[in-house]
Design a protein around this ligand. Structure first.
Ligand code: EPZ
Length: 417
């Protein structure tokens, strides 16, 4: 397994290009199952999770070719409807094939994803939505077994906004018989990306990006192409990298309007963030001010930025309270940050971070995707060497993060063990 080794103390300066969004690419890839044909996705990030979804489509009969930052997908011969445990256990987002398989084949057998590094992540919203659309769903031997001659439009209400369940429902409802209303829908930019892609395939959808989405089912869809939107979480991660090192970094390819909550919070810490012709410029403060953060569904502060922001707060001036209202147990990064000298105490879904003047490099272990990013960010400012093991976690969601950071002046390299 690879390690990432960092010698802290370098101020980051320069230009970094933000890659396409992992969390838009995955549902868009699943949506290609809805209609036979050849699809071309551009600005797609080169990530482990994207290749895993490609393997999943392959198992379902598609031909998938990855070339640099584009993906060609041919779903003309998709004939199977089973998403096997061996692949689903690698990536929870495999659940996105449930709606498209039901819509395309009238049946689906999708392994339950199980938990993830920081705890249980249920799929009950997905299952109930498919039942609302008329599917018969059973759980058998760890699999979701669903069937339905033709999905029919209905009102689908989510107790709390769910990104994946909203996307799954949009995909299934796009070819259902009748109209579907999704109430309390998630509003993330990735929802709009899925809506745009489905419309380009012939779907009739309005309201995506709001909490009420209307889908008028059509008889059939057709293949289309898509340019993937920028990754707002990668962008936020690099903004924190600039802030934590007191650096001066220009992010290109980013959509400022997708990052408002993170930008606002970073400005509260004293970072100067300005829009320039080529992108977003982030100038870090000499010493970040401690600020409180509570995660929330978009447009609130994203849970996917909680760990990264905690790294910044661990060396801030003062104490901050970080509350995660989306995942109560997404704090696996805390013990590892404390190994670097941070002073963080967690009680249920609340972390109290008492800023310290400096961190000291150490061996730490990545536990999940965003925790890995937090440890690397902390390593950028920790005195001496920080060695982050199990970096396969970070490769799931960041494209060559060590190369991008090295190009900004960080002393960082990947070491093959
Ligand atoms: C998406 O996951 C993202 N993944 C996650 O990003 C992100 O953390 C999450 O949304 C929240 O923003 C992708 O888009 C591929 P949810 P998803 O359904 O769809 C509960 C990353 O780091 N819930 O919006 O699985 C759930 O437990 C990843 O890139 C149910 O109870 O998240 C959570 O508390 C990690 N039942 C809340 O809803 C369900 O059936 C929101 O989850 C589904 C969700």
């Amino acid at each position: 397994m690879d390690k990432i080794v960092i010698e802290g103390g370098e101020r980051l300066e320069g230009v970094v290009h933000v890659s396409g969004a992992k969390n838009a690419t995955l549902p868009v890839m699943a949506a290609t199952l809805l209609a036979p044909g050849v699809y071309q996705l551009t600005n797609a990030p080169s990530l482990v999770d994207v290749r895993t979804m490609g393997k999943m489509l392959g198992v379902l009969g598609a031909e998938v070719e990855h070339h640099d930052h584009s993906i060609t997908i041919n779903t003309a011969n998709c004939c199977t409807h089973e998403a096997p445990y061996e692949l689903v256990k690698q990536m929870r987002a495999s659940i996105f094939v449930l709606g498209p398989l039901l819509a395309r084949h009238g049946k689906a057998r999708v392994s339950l994803p199980g938990g993830c590094a920081w705890g249980p992540r249920p799929v009950d919203f997905h299952i109930r939505a498919m039942q609302d659309l008329g599917a018969r769903v059973e759980l058998e031997h760890g699999y979701i077994v669903a069937e339905c001659d033709r999905l029919r439009g209905n009102t689908v209400h989510f107790d709390t906004p769910s990104v994946g369940a909203t996307e799954n429902t949009m995909m299934a409802a796009s070819v259902a018989d009748g109209t579907t209303i999704i109430e309390n829908a998630a509003r993330e930019p990735e929802i709009g990306a899925v809506g745009d892609f489905l419309r380009s395939m012939g779907a009739v959808i309005e309201g995506d990006g709001t909490d009420r989405i209307t889908i008028h089912g059509v008889d059939e869809l057709h293949a289309a192409d898509a340019a993937i939107i920028p990754d707002r979480i990668e962008a936020g991660t690099f903004m924190v990298a600039a802030a934590i090192t007191g650096g001066d970094v220009l992010l290109t390819g980013v959509r400022k309007e997708h990052c408002s909550a993170v930008i606002m919070k970073l400005k509260e810490t004293g970072a100067v963030i300005t829009e320039e012709e080529l992108g977003l410029r982030v100038q870090g403060p000499v010493w970040a001010q401690a600020v409180n953060v509570t995660t929330a569904p978009y447009p609130g502060f994203p849970t996917d930025m909680q760990a990264q922001f905690m790294a910044l707060m661990s060396v801030a001036d003062g104490s901050s309270v970080i509350t995660d209202t989306i995942y109560a147990d997404r704090f696996a990064h805390v013990p590892e940050l404390n190994r670097l000298g941070a002073n963080i105490n967690v009680d249920r879904n609340v972390a109290v971070v008492t800023g310290v003047k400096s961190l000291s490099g150490a061996k730490v272990m990545a536990t999940d995707l965003r925790a890995s990013a937090a440890l690397i960010l902390a390593g950028l400012v920790a005195e001496g060497w920080t060695k982050v093991s199990r970096v396969y976690h970070i490769d799931r969601g960041y494209e060559s993060i060590e190369k991008k950071l090295a190009a900004l002046g960080a002393k960082i390299e990947r070491v093959r063990e």
